[in-house]
Ligand binder design. Structure first.
Ligand SMILES: [Zn+2]
Length: 284
């Protein structure tokens, strides 16, 4: 039986919760919040110092605003959520599927030290490293294995989704730490939704074939040749293909394209926009 998008999305938990501390607003997964010893979140625009069009919590280090503002925003995030600034370790994304394993000495790359080599995913079992990814329509995979206490975080736009970086992240936790997918929980971050993510029909058909899911897209009535793809469905299917039970999969159901007051969106605003960040850490 091919995968059915509507059924799969209906079976995953939709457990996003907005949390605000010291004015810094983030989106969390209820299931991840319930896990002891874990800190996570997906930032919004709220609580930073950046002026328009980056207002206000821009965490994208490649944006054309003063670096000092971006670092002040990271420090505000750290102070609000108990993170150590020097432990933040940021992917250097290239819309690929490269994943790095990090240890304590790797902490700080991309923010307080020089960047990593290109990578879109990070894994660790070391509490002295905080994994960070940047997003402006692209989704995030948060993965946690409570048996081995190991974590993975990845940035996934359509290329990363199509390349199954979420599935590779799960596999990497298995090979590096002896974790098993059946014990893991996973959350999918806010992203551009299936009503807004417009692509050429040809690409939509490739998604349907790759994920064996005919209704992963819908065609546009108004725009011939265009279709709308569900990146969330692609995320759920690849996590399940990796062996994560559907009962362990959560979706943070926000659309970055539609919710302008909460999120930056590259599709909507182009290069003159900021980035949200996802973060994941094992508490000491
Ligand atoms: Zn949308």
């Amino acid at each position: 039986m091919p995968n059915n998008s509507r059924e799969l999305l209906g079976s995953a938990a939709h457990d996003q919760r907005y949390v605000e501390r010291d004015g810094v607003g983030i989106i969390c997964s209820e299931r991840f919040l319930r896990e002891p010893g874990l800190t996570h979140g997906f930032t919004t625009r709220r609580g930073g110092v950046s002026a328009p069009p980056f207002d206000t919590l821009n965490l994208g280090t490649t944006r054309s605003e003063p670096y000092s503002n971006i670092m002040r925003n990271y420090r505000k995030l750290c102070s609000a959520y108990g993170l150590e600034f020097n432990e933040l370790s940021l992917v250097r994304h290239e819309h690929g599927v490269n994943i790095l394993r990090l240890e304590g000495p790797d902490a700080g790359h991309g923010i307080s030290r020089e960047p990593f080599d290109f990578c879109d995913g990070l894994v660790t079992n070391d509490p002295s490293v905080t994994l960070v990814t940047c997003h402006a329509d692209c989704s995030a995979f948060f993965v946690y294995d409570r048996v081995t206490r190991s974590i993975g975080l990845a940035h996934a736009g359509w290329k990363g989704m199509f390349g199954r970086i979420g599935q590779k992240l799960v596999r990497r936790l298995e090979t590096e730490y002896g974790a098993e997918a059946k014990d893991m929980i996973a959350a999918i971050g806010p992203c551009i939704c299936e009503k807004c993510f417009e692509v050429e029909t040809e690409l939509a058909e490739s998604f349907a074939a790759e994920f064996d899911c005919p209704d992963i897209y819908s065609v546009s009535e108004q725009k011939p040749g265009k279709a709308y793809v569900s990146l969330r469905t692609a995320a759920v299917i690849q996590l399940m293909d990796a062996g994560v039970p559907i009962s362990g999969i959560s979706i943070m159901e926000h659309c970055t394209f539609e919710e302008k007051e909460l999120f930056y969106s590259y599709r909507r605003d182009g290069k003159g926009t900021g980035s949200m960040a996802a973060f994941l850490r094992l508490d000491k």
